[in-house]
Design a protein around this ligand. Structure first.
Ligand code: FAD
Length: 267
């Protein structure tokens, strides 16, 4: 049983600043961390590993310092890590990111049965990369998985939360799932595994390692999305104070909620 988990390094801040002229994120001086949803993807894989003695491989596309998230994954019990890094991969939108990752997954030693992604990232936040990887690879996929009921060497049974409906389904390998944070509580890194992982090799994938080496399919050239303008939304805080007796205040609050269309007028 071979599991591939896609992990992404994201800025460790809620306040991402964007250079309005270039439309590029200002990363200088910003610490990075593993995308929180990917910790749930890793925990899901680790639980399956404990049951089926599966091999877990992580893959990330990013700059050379994205090695840090692979090392973090090693300290959690991951067996193997690949970093996809090449100047040609830079500036990728969702289409190019997912295509690059799907090409990278194809060259992973031993292939894969199950691919697990986080539901979304905390920076790009599109929640599209997982399903798009599956489409490029031509395999079935299910998003927003909240519970694994069973995993065998042939298939996986799970619950997916589609907001209005909750479904239980079984999918045969090879397939891809994206997982939501209700799925499990991620474990903490182990000092023993961290020490053992210190001499573990991270495998590097560049454009030259892929079967499709056409640079027009990667990075900015392979990205049909054109960002016309990017800017921080302005936020306006208005405060209204009601300082009369309780009944009058309650009525005024009610009128305000009607005006803002939070509640329907009961009259
Ligand atoms: P989601 O779809 O929200 O992520 C879901 C899951 O997919 C994750 O939990 C993870 O499991 C997996 N995943 C996503 N990304 C990766 C990854 N890189 N490696 C491994 N697994 C992953 N971003 C930049 O950092 N630098 C740029 O120069 C840049 N240029 C851009 C240019 C354009 C025109 C556009 C539209 C976007 C650009 N972006 C850039 C943002 C970039 O497209 C997204 O961050 C990227 O496509 C991933 O999408 P997401 O973060 O929304 O992932």
């Amino acid at each position: 049983m071979k599991i591939v988990v896609c992990i992404k390094q994201v800025p460790d801040t809620q306040k991402v600043k964007i250079d309005e002229k270039t439309g590029v994120m200002i990363r200088d001086g910003i610490e990075s961390k593993m995308n929180p949803f990917d910790l749930y993807a890793l925990e899901t894989a680790l639980k399956i590993k404990e049951k089926l003695n599966a091999k877990i491989t992580v893959i990330t596309m990013g700059p050379p310092n994205a090695k840090a998230v692979i090392q973090e994954a090693f300290a959690l019990g991951v067996d193997e890590g690949y970093l996809m890094t090449d100047r040609k991969f830079a500036g990728a939108d969702v289409l190019a990111t997912s295509y690059t990752l799907s090409e990278g997954i194809k060259v992973i030693d031993g292939g894969y049965d199950l691919i697990i992604c986080g539901k979304q990232t905390t920076d790009g936040d599109t929640a599209q990369v997982g399903p798009a990887i599956a489409e490029h690879l031509g395999i079935p996929h299910v998003s927003w998985v909240t519970k694994i009921i069973d995993a065998s060497n042939d298939d996986i049974t799970f619950v997916e939360d589609m907001l209005d409906d909750i479904a239980q389904a079984k999918m045969a390998y090879p397939c891809l799932i994206t997982v939501d944070k209700d799925i499990s509580q991620p474990r903490l890194p182990s000092y023993r595994l961290k020490k053992q992982a210190s001499d573990k090799q991270i495998k590097i994938i560049t454009l030259a390692d892929l079967s499709d080496q056409d640079p027009d399919n990667y990075g900015l050239s392979g990205s049909p999305t054109q960002v016309e303008r990017i800017f921080e939304p302005s936020s306006e805080h208005k405060v209204e104070r009601y300082e009369q007796d309780a009944e009058t205040n309650a009525f005024k609050i009610y009128q305000k909620l009607v005006e803002l269309k939070y509640v329907e007028d009961q009259k």
